[in-house]
Design a protein around this ligand. Structure first.
Ligand code: 6PG
Length: 252
């Protein structure tokens, strides 16, 4: 596993950096296998990245888009991660609808929809224990949660399936399990804002466990992990922690 921690001057710089890394990984995956699989994050931080991706010229027919987690709301609901990514990116580009694989939320039974998406992934990736996404995008909440893997919840211990039901204050969510995320080739955390400092301190500087700070459970089996932070988020991290600061980082 290779791990990069980068602190960028501000959120626009973070998004520019994320765009360069994502574009590079897409190119690599398509050169290697002719297709690229990307799992999207929800929340507010990745939205400007999706807007930037909509401005790129990419081999859209060779991209397959999935979601790492979803709020259990209809696809046209303002809180829907699918809706956010479609408005910011996917509806703006000629990507075939068949290449877009949203998490289902219409069964009125989160367990049933989780099982359905699990089957969708197994059909797409074929029969292998843990499908390996080319890119998994993640955010982090100020409580240290990622995807819909919240502190002290049962979803954190699920190791026998790809998709499980997460829970935020009693509200169900669909989410990738920890082993599925860790099977990815490239995992990118995009974390911005002062309110994230406390959790980052715990994740990078304490022996707090992953049950308390689920983002700590994200360590790819073989892939590359990028923590991209803006200065507001990374301010309290010891300088030596940051493998690279914006100014000195060579291009991958
Ligand atoms: C979601 C996300 C969640 C998000 C964090 C950070 O559906 O909400 O997948 O894990 O990434 O809550 O959210 P912000 O980017 O808005 O801070």
């Amino acid at each position: 596993m290779t791990k990069y921690l980068e602190i960028l001057d501000d959120k626009p710089e973070l998004i520019k950096r994320a765009l360069r890394i994502v574009m590079g990984r897409i190119e690599e995956a398509i050169a290697r296998r002719g297709v690229c699989t990307i799992a999207l994050a929800g929340g507010s931080t990745p939205k400007p990245l999706y807007e930037k991706l909509a401005e790129q010229s990419l081999p859209w027919a060779q991209l397959n888009i999935f979601w790492g987690d979803e709020r259990y709301v209809p696809a046209d609901h303002p809180d829907s991660n699918q809706r956010m990514a479609r408005l910011a990116w996917l509806d703006q580009v000629p990507i075939p609808e068949g290449n877009i694989h949203p998490m289902p939320t219409a069964a009125a039974d989160p367990q049933q929809d989780a099982a359905a998406y699990d089957a969708t992934l197994r059909n797409f990736f074929g029969d292998r224990p843990w499908p390996s996404f080319d890119i998994v995008l993640l955010g982090m909440g100020d409580d240290g949660h990622t995807a819909s893997l919240f502190p002290q919840t049962a979803a954190l211990t699920v190791g026998d399936r790809l998709i499980t039901v997460g829970e935020k204050q009693g509200e169900p969510r669909l989410t990738f399990t920890v082993p599925l995320i860790n099977a990815a080739q490239n995992i990118l955390f995009l974390v911005a804002g002062e309110n994230k400092q406390e959790a980052l301190q715990k994740i990078f500087h304490s022996d707090a466990d992953g049950f308390a700070y689920p983002s700590k459970l994200i360590n790819p089996d073989h892939g590359v992990l990028w923590w991209l932070l803006d200065a507001a988020a990374g301010d309290r991290l010891a300088p030596d922690q940051a493998i690279y600061q914006t100014k000195s980082r060579p291009e991958p």
